[in-house]
Design a protein around this ligand. Structure first.
Ligand SMILES: [Zn+2]
Length: 241
């Protein structure tokens, strides 16, 4: 699968990254643009994003959060539009995960306190923090949002990237992902990609997000995404505050 957009005669192109289930062509394009062209990212992402494959919930979510319009092309339409392209082509590749910023020495803290501590690292409003905990209660990795510099850099997206950057396999079966706020559609779908099998990972969030960002989350029962994401196996709950 490929994704592309054209801006001022330049074709920005990405492909699905191998061995990175969370890294679709659309995700690679959007995240790559924020990384490579931070000053132009907003205007670049106002252009229509074309793909030649069906959009996953993660892709749909990312377009909603960080881009604008998209169009799914058949392979023939893709060739007709792009095969003869004569301008400059910029190829975006999957991120080298920024594991440094998300690695920390886990302390023996109640998880809500840990999430509160991580808030101070967040860059952007609202501050959202996340921590992945194994079945024995050990914190595997923590994360926070960096949306001030990249609209798509939600805490959960950063966590998934950092986890795969370090391990390249799903987290241990029975792990729990704690998030301070209900994950939005993009993040919920990224978490799903992290889990591989959604039945193996539980998600706990501590606050409802009243804004539009989470109302189409695949953690909201009954939504289209909920059905697409294989809801019966998905376990998520709002923790008592
Ligand atoms: Zn999110």
């Amino acid at each position: 699968m490929r994704a592309a957009l054209v801006h001022q005669g330049v074709l920005y192109l990405s492909e699905c990254a191998p061995r990175s289930p969370h890294r679709s062509a659309v995700t690679t394009l959007v995240r790559g643009i924020w990384r490579e062209y931070p000053d132009q990212a907003r205007s670049l992402l106002r252009n229509r994003i074309f793909t030649d494959g069906p959009l996953s919930p993660a892709c749909e979510g990312m377009i909603k959060v960080a881009a604008k319009r998209f169009e799914v092309l058949s392979p023939i339409e893709w060739e007709a539009r792009f095969a003869g392209f004569h301008g400059t082509v910029q190829t975006l590749t999957a991120l080298v995960p920024d594991t440094e910023g998300h690695t920390f020495a886990p302390k023996d803290l109640p998880i809500r306190e840990l999430l509160a501590q991580l808030r101070h690292q967040a860059e952007g409003y609202p501050a959202v923090t996340a921590a992945l905990v194994d079945p024995e209660g050990r914190v595997l990795i923590g994360s926070w949002n960096r949306t001030a510099r990249d609209r798509s850099a939600h805490a959960e997206v950063n966590l998934v990237e950092a986890w795969f950057g370090q391990h390249n396999v799903p987290p241990p079966q029975g792990s729990t992902l704690h998030v301070s706020l209900r994950p939005c559609a993009m993040c919920a779908a990224q978490i799903l990609a992290l889990a591989g099998d959604p039945g193996t990972l539980r998600v706990v969030f501590y606050e409802e997000d009243p804004g539009p960002a989470s109302k189409n989350s695949c953690l909201v029962p009954g939504t289209d995404l909920w059905h697409k994401a294989g809801s019966p196996a998905w376990q998520a709950w709002l923790a008592d505050s």
